[in-house]
Design a protein around this ligand. Structure first.
Ligand SMILES: *Cc1c(COP(=O)(O)O)cnc(C)c1O
Length: 364
């Protein structure tokens, strides 16, 4: 029997539909001789702000920088605590630590994997200044109760939208709820570039102007430095590619949703599947299932020619880098980290491939 391997993800194949447009964009930018903060970045910022339904978008060098600089904009006092989910990629927490602030972890809801809104209030102290949310795997957080708590305590809200491009909660797009949306365009994300790239979205003109200065050495006027700034500019090449892919983002998300539906409708009940709710438009950056014998399951699938990933294998509170920074126990987050498995679900996967994954899984 000959079976071809099903990749978890193949970035070359995934980008193949855009090759011709990318090549002409590359040539145009190359020949223009203008590589930093030019027309491509301006255009992408306008396009992406419009897509997210925000007044402003600021192109940045990465998703981590977007998170970092969003916090930096507020000039919080030392001793500041920022609420963050215990179940996230480490970057979210790093952005708080690298600003010199204290991450205060809140456990997720075991059904949605996102921050549990009912657990936030008990973690708020007089030092709390912000809530940093993560719309994990492409599902929006339960925004109404979160925004209610934020308003009650006067907290800023920063959304980590690295995995949620185009996802919606009650019809509203992620990245448009808080003071800032922080977006990563790392190549594997739904709106992925061909290198590192990121952006922040906001409705506040003062925040937008400050962030624009911070990404460029703290300077609004050339060689005049108003803030202790950074170099975190989205470059012209990536901006050109991103505008091209943005035109297909809805198609990419719809394709992933179609594949997700195959999994949701056909996988055996022994696999814990993502929840579906009419208030949420999920974009499935990741399609995860949970299973007590996760590691065995991963091996079994590989043996049958199916590659999978684990997002993520080690909970942030268990990471060596977080020793002495994160205290307390996070059993819900650890349970998710110990049992989660990410199945193939990219723009280049076909229905047939997904059916093969399902059939194989159901025989486990
Ligand atoms: C990818 C990711 C980031 C970091 O983005 P980079 O562009 O790699 O810096 C941050 N948060 C989450 C949840 C992510 O998935």
């Amino acid at each position: 029997m000959r079976t071809t391997m099903i990749d978890y993800e193949n970035l070359g194949n995934l980008n193949a539909p855009f090759f011709e447009e990318y090549k002409s964009s590359f040539s145009r930018t190359l020949e223009s001789g203008w590589y930093i903060l030019g027309e491509n970045v301006k255009k992408f910022e306008i396009d992406y702000a419009q897509y997210c339904g925000t007044n402003y978008c600021i192109g940045l060098a990465s998703g981590l920088d977007a998170l970092h600089l969003a916090i930096r904009c507020f000039d919080f006092p030392s001793g500041t605590e920022i609420i963050v989910p215990s179940n996230t990629y480490i970057a979210t927490i790093l952005s708080i630590v690298q600003n010199g602030f204290k991450p205060v972890l809140v456990e997720p809801d075991i059904k949605t994997y996102n921050i549990n809104p009912t657990k936030i209030e008990e973690k708020i102290t007089p030092n709390t200044r912000a809530i940093m949310l993560v719309h994990l795997y492409g599902k929006c957080c339960d925004m109404e109760p979160i925004l209610f708590v934020a308003k009650k305590y006067g907290l800023k809200v920063i959304e980590d939208c690295a995995q949620s491009h185009g996802s919606k909660y009650k019809g509203q797009i992620s990245g448009s709820f808080g003071d800032f949306g922080a977006h990563s365009f790392y190549p594997t994300k739904n709106l992925g570039a061909l290198g590192d790239a990121g952006a922040a979205t906001t409705n506040d003109i003062l925040l937008a102007e400050k962030l624009k200065a911070l990404r460029n050495y703290g300077s609004k006027v050339r060689y005049v430095n108003e803030y202790v700034g950074y170099n975190s500019r989205l470059d012209e090449m990536q901006a050109g590619f991103l505008s091209i892919k943005l035109a297909s983002l809805n198609a990419i998300n719809e394709h992933k949703r179609k594949l997700a539906k195959l999994y949701l409708d056909n996988l055996n009940v022994e696999f814990i599947k993502p929840v579906v709710d009419k208030d949420y438009y999920d974009v499935y950056h990741i399609f995860n299932i949970r299973h007590a014998k996760r590691d065995q399951l991963k091996e079994y699938l590989l043996l049958h020619g199916i590659k999978t990933e684990i997002h993520y294998p080690i909970a942030p509170n268990k990471q060596k880098a977080m020793q002495g920074i994160i205290t307390g126990n996070y059993p819900v987050s650890e349970e998710i980290h110990n049992t989660t498995l990410s199945l193939p679900i990219s723009f280049c996967h076909t229905d047939e491939e997904i059916y093969r994954v399902i059939e194989t899984l159901n025989k486990f």
